[in-house]
Write a protein that binds this ligand. Structure first.
Ligand SMILES: [Zn+2]
Length: 107
């Protein structure tokens, strides 16, 4: 289970990225209200889905578990789906909600 390692790496932006392959998002914990930023490496974190019976559209999806820094151990499960051009087409969340206003605070 590499969950915690991967989550930690989400927050330590020590390695500078020359190109932006990350899909960034923010969620708010439904229990304590903490806003947690997450990001997805669209080169490495996506699983391919060939669609139904071979004639569906190829899409990509990824599932993330986010846990905040507060003393609240709510696990927020995020599922993101992208089309073949890796644009977001669908997203689901449990344990929190998406917050769209938070953007690129690292820059
Ligand atoms: Zn919380």
């Amino acid at each position: 289970m590499g969950f915690f390692k991967r989550i930690t790496s989400l927050f330590s932006s020590s390695s500078p990225e020359r190109e932006d392959y990350f899909y960034r998002f923010a969620v708010q914990c439904s229990r304590c209200g903490e806003i947690i930023q997450g990001r997805l490496d669209t080169r490495n974190d996506l699983s391919i889905d060939y669609g139904d019976e071979g004639d569906g559209e190829t899409t990509y999806f990824s599932r993330k578990i986010l846990v905040g820094d507060q003393l609240c151990f709510q696990r927020i499960e995020v599922e993101l789906r992208f089309d073949s051009k890796r644009s977001l087409i669908d997203r689901k969340i449990q344990g929190g909600k998406f917050v769209d206003a938070v953007e690129a605070s690292e820059e």
